[in-house]
Design a protein. Structure first.
Length: 217
């Protein structure tokens, strides 16, 4: 194996050459190569790369935020529309239930002492319903419609998010024992339309003079 003489210096002066292993020389060269990482130009290149990568990351984040905002707005709009539909269906079912209750009361109280001539439902725009009892000394002379607060049996209000859009009737009265149906003003089929406050959706209830109830959207 060949050996090289290397002259080294230190603060104390010059010493004789010493023998060095070639592997040691390789380690020295490797250390010198690695020290180039600390070169200012190399550091500047690395910083430029980092800045460029950071810029792309910012753009990507803006795209993601924009996409999420659009999706959120779409979901909120869909959620509100679905909520309005649910409210409409709920109030439609509630109005039908109130009509059925008035009919049931007229049949249940028939023949009892001091029983009214019948029970009915009074509609007032924009959102009021009343179950009323038709009071008269002689039912033959009854006006067969709502006549004032003294006849109120129960009072209801529609959900604040909906209202009556169209009412072709003001009263519907159920006269026992059949019961007979009297609609005011007189008509063969009355129409009740309920809509959302913003007018985006509506439902319709129809009641015939025979007492048949149908719905549509």
């Amino acid at each position: 194996m060949e050996y090289l003489h290397i002259k080294t210096r230190n603060t104390r002066g010059t010493r004789r050459g010493s023998l060095a292993d070639p592997r040691a020389l390789c380690d020295i060269r490797s250390a010198r190569d690695q020290s180039s990482i600390l070169d200012p130009r190399a550091l500047r290149d690395i910083q430029k790369k980092i800045r460029v990568r950071s810029a792309f990351t910012t753009i990507e984040m803006l795209v993601i935020i924009g996409t999420l905002s659009l999706l959120s707005a779409t979901l909120i709009l869909y959620s509100r529309t679905a909520e309005n539909q649910i409210v409409l269906f709920k109030e439609q079912a509630r109005v039908i239930s109130i009509l059925s209750r008035a009919k049931s009361l007229s049949i249940a109280t028939y023949g009892k002492p001091n029983a009214p001539c019948g029970y009915g439902v009074h509609f007032e725009a924009p959102s009021t319903l009343l179950i009323f009892k038709d009071l008269a000394a002689d039912c033959e002379d009854s006006d067969q419609k709502y006549s004032g607060s003294s006849e109120i049996e129960e009072s209801f209000q529609l959900d604040p998010r909906v209202l009556f859009d169209s009412l072709s009737l003001s009263d519907i009265l159920f006269i026992p024992p059949d019961p007979k149906i009297v609609i005011t003003p007189p008509q063969d089929e009355a129409t009740i339309v309920i809509k959302t406050i913003d007018g985006s959706s509506s439902v319709t209830i129809k009641v015939t003079s025979a007492g048949q109830i149908t719905t549509s959207f």
